[in-house]
Design a protein around this ligand. Structure first.
Ligand code: GDP
Ligand code: MG
Length: 184
């Protein structure tokens, strides 16, 4: 969180996006931040983030959203990536079962890492995201399975499509608002 001035408070929250390779993390971010979608997006090496500004209760809230940018392929997401994060979108692809099976591993990484240590008293908002909802005809993970995993982990849950925009803004905004509510 940033310091305040006379004009009113300003907030800056770091949010990370994690999940297996090719589940649509980068496209969720570009859809949200720039309203763009890439059919053949290429992984780039190194961490990238985009900043989105929202107004909540008349206050300027900035979300700095980090994308793993291909590191997940090498299981090389480092502590620095998680450090200081107030929120996380944990993403799988509803058409690929293996990406759903990986979710517990990603949640473990989040739990074991800096997130807890650095903000032990802070409510951290986590959202389980089943992306590629538009691929209903080849669905491999049911909505109920997603919901029930999220419930058991105390997370929010949403199915999204970065391709057709379904629920993308909503998913990010729920996380941002939850963080705002927990710190304001
Ligand atoms: P990342 O590796 O998790 O960052 O995944 P990308 O964002 O690079 O996306 C991987 C592939 O999935 C790309 O070919 C995207 O075009 C595609 N993709 C991403 N989101 C969606 C979606 O919501 N629906 C469909 N059908 N394809 C998607
Ligand atoms: Mg990516």
């Amino acid at each position: 969180m940033d310091s305040s001035d006379d004009e009113g408070e300003e907030y800056l929250f770091k949010i990370v996006i994690i999940g297996d390779s090719a589940v649509g993390k980068s496209n969720l971010l570009t859809r949200y931040a720039r309203n763009e979608f890439n059919l053949h997006s290429k992984a780039t090496i190194g961490v990238e983030f985009q900043t989105q500004t929202l107004e909540i209760d008349g206050k300027e809230v900035k979300a700095q959203i980090w994308d793993t940018a291909g590191q997940e392929r090498f299981r090389a997401v480092t502590s620095a990536y998680y450090r200081g994060a107030f929120g996380a979108l944990v993403v799988y692809d509803i058409s690929r079962r293996t990406t759903f099976d990986s979710i517990p591993r990603w949640l473990d990484e989040l739990k074991n890492d800096q997130l807890r240590a650095a903000h032990s008293d802070t409510t951290v908002a986590r959202m389980l995201v089943g992306n590629k909802r538009d691929l209903e005809n080849i669905r491999a993970v049911s909505v109920e399975e997603g919901k029930s995993l999220a419930e058991s982990e105390g997370m929010f849950f949403m199915e999204t499509s970065a391709l057709d925009s379904t629920n993308v803004n909503k998913a990010f905004e729920i996380v941002i608002r939850e963080i705002y509510n927990s710190v304001s």
